[in-house]
Write a protein that binds this ligand. Structure first.
Ligand SMILES: Cc1ncc(COP(=O)(O)O)c(C=O)c1O
Length: 428
C-alpha cells in the first residue's frame, strides 16, 4: 500500500525574504501587563523552546486522522503510520547529510540522546568534554568514571590546542562537544574538532541542540560520528529528539530501554534476543507524531533555506548587538574573543540589577519573554563571572526587527529607572 505523505511546499528563494512557510504558531498571542493592558507577546526564548512552525503544526493536524498504532497492526492506518515513522528517519538522515548506514534513533530530547550514547559507551575509554557545556552534555559523562573536563580558553584557537594536547597526552574514546553555546550563541568549528578527535583515535559527539535550526550541518562533511538534537528547539515542539550516528556502539550495547519493540524474540525461559538498529533502543510505543514533526520541520527549514534563515538572523543579531552595546551598563557574555559565528542568542547582564529583576520587568511591563538564570550551564556562568545568573535573549524565524526594538527600548527604560528598580528589588 502507498502511504500518503504530503510533499514540502516549494518556495521561491529570495535572499533576505522569509516566506510564509516560516510563520510560527502563536505569533499574535497577547499577554497581560501589570497595568491591566495587554500586548503582543515578544518571544525571546527560542533557545529554550522555539514555537512550532505553522507548516509543521498544519502537517501534524493533517496526519492525525491517519494516526494509528506503529509497528504493530496490519490495518491500513497502522501501515501508513509505521511508514511515516520509518520515513521520518530517512528524511532526517537527508537533512543532516548522514551516512547511509548511520542509525537514526528517536529519543525524547537531546538530553535523552546523550544519555543513550553514554549508556552505549561501555568500557571503550574516556570521554573528553569542555567546561562550557550545557549540563545535558556534562552530567551524563560525569556519571561515568573516565570523564576528563577541559577548561575552555579565552580563544577558540587556544581551546582547540588544549583539546588537541589533552587527547594527545591521554587517549580517549569520545570528544563530546557543543556545536553552539546555549549561553552566548557562539559556534564552534565542528570540522576542525572532528579532525582533532579522529587524529587521536577518538570519536566525536556533537550536541547540535542550538545549531540545527540555524545553520546547515552535515554529518559526512563535518566528520561527525554522533549528532544529537531536540525537536522542540527546531520548531517541532512535540516531545521527540534524535541521535544520529554510527551503528556499532549502539548495536554493541544492551538496550537503553528494555521492553517490547526492542526485543526480537523472548523465550519462555526468559532469554531475550534483542533487535539491532534503532529499534534496539526504542522500546515501548514511540512518539510517532513527535518524530514525524521533526522530519517535517527539517523539510520546512530546507525549503526556507539556510541562506535566508542566516540572513534573517544575522540582521536581527546585528541590530540587537548594536542596541545592547549602546545601553549603559549592559554587559554582553562571550566565551571566546575570536569566535566568528553565532546563532540567535545574546546572553548579557545589567550592572546593578539581578537577572531575575530584568526578566520580570521585561515581562510585567512589556510582555517580553527572556530567560534568566544559569541556563543549565553553571560552570560556565561561574567562569564568566555571573554565578548568580544572567539574562538570555534568543530568537529565530518568528522574530521581527520590531521585537528587537521593543526589547531594546524596554531595557533602556529599565536602565534609566535602575535606582527605582533596585529599591523594589531590595524590598523583594
Ligand atoms: C546546547 C544544549 N544542549 C542540550 C540541551 C538539552 O536539550 P533538551 O532539554 O531538549 O534535552 C540544551 C537545552 O537548552 C542545549 O541548549
Amino acid at each position: 500500500m502507498t502511504a500518503v505523505l504530503s510533499s514540502p511546499v516549494a518556495s521561491p528563494f529570495v535572499p533576505g525574504y522569509i516566506p510564509a512557510l516560516a510563520d510560527v504558531v502563536g505569533a499574535d498571542e497577547r499577554v497581560p501587563l501589570l497595568d491591566g493592558s495587554s500586548v503582543r507577546y515578544a518571544n525571546f526564548d527560542y533557545a529554550a523552546s522555539a514555537p512550532a512552525l505553522r507548516s509543521v503544526a498544519d502537517r501534524l493536524l493533517d496526519a492525525l486522522p491517519q494516526y494509528a498504532s506503529v509497528h504493530r497492526g496490519a490495518g491500513a492506518l497502522s501501515q501508513i503510520t509505521t511508514h511515516r515513522y520509518e520515513q521520518a528517519r530517512e528524511r532526517i538522515r537527508r537533512f543532516v547529510r548522514a551516512r547511509a548506514d548511520d542509525h537514526v534513533v528517536f529519543t525524547r530530547n537531546t538530553t535523552d540522546s546523550i544519555n543513550l550514547l553514554a549508556h552505549c559507551l561501555g568500557k571503550r575509554g574516556d570521554v573528553v568534554v569542555l567546561d562550557i557545556e550545557h549540563h545535558a552534555n556534562l552530567l551524563p559523562w560525569q556519571c561515568l568514571s573516565g570523564t576528563r573536563l577541559v577548561t575552555a580558553c579565552s580563544t577558540v584557537e587556544d581551546t582547540l590546542a588544549a583539546l588537541d594536547a589533552e587527547l594527545a597526552s591521554n587517549p580517549a574514546a569520545l570528544l563530546a562537544i557543543t556545536a553552539a553555546s546555549n549561553v552566548t550563541g557562539e559556534v564552534l568549528p565542528i570540522s576542525r574538532l572532528a579532525s582533532i578527535a579522529h587524529r587521536h583515535g577518538a570519536r566525536i559527539l556533537v550536541d547540535a541542540a542550538q545549531l540545527v535550526a540555524h545553520q546547515p550541518i552535515s554529518v559526512v562533511s563535518h566528520g561527525i560520528d554522533y549528532l544529537v538534537f531536540s525537536g522542540h528547539k527546531l520548531y517541532a515542539p512535540f516531545g521527540a529528539g534524535v541521535l544520529v550516528g554510527r551503528g556499532d556502539w549502539l548495536d554493541g550495547a544492551s538496550p537503553y530501554l528494555a521492553g517490547g519493540g526492542a526485543s526480537a524474540e523472548v523465550a519462555s525461559g526468559g532469554t531475550v534476543q534483542w533487535h539491532t538498529g534503532p529499534a534496539r533502543h526504542e522500546a515501548g510505543s514511540p512518539n510517532v507524531l513527535g518524530a514525524v514533526s521533526i522530519a517535517d520541520a527539517c523539510e520546512s527549514l530546507s525549503v526556507i533555506g539556510f541562506e535566508a534563515i542566516g540572513y534573517h538572523e544575522h540582521t536581527l543579531r546585528e541590530r540587537l548587538d548594536a542596541g545592547l552595546a549602546a545601553i549603559d551598563g549592559v554587559r554582553p557574555l562571550r566565551i571566546f574573543s575570536d569566535s566568528t559565528g553565532r546563532v540567535g542568542i545574546a546572553g548579557f547582564a545589567v550592572d546593578g540589577l539581578s537577572a531575575r529583576t530584568v526578566a520580570c520587568y521585561l515581562s510585567d511591563h512589556h510582555g517580553i519573554g527572556v530567560r534568566d538564570g544559569r541556563f543549565c550551564a553553571h560552570p560556565l556562568l561561574t567562569r564568566l563571572g555571573y554565578p548568580d545568573g544572567a539574562v538570555r535573549a534568543s530568537f529565530g524565524l518568528g522574530t521581527a526587527a520590531d521585537d528587537i526594538d521593543r526589547l531594546l527600548n524596554a531595557l533602556s527604560e529599565l536602565v534609566s529607572r535602575r535606582d527605582t528598580a533596585r529599591v523594589k528589588e531590595s524590598l523583594g
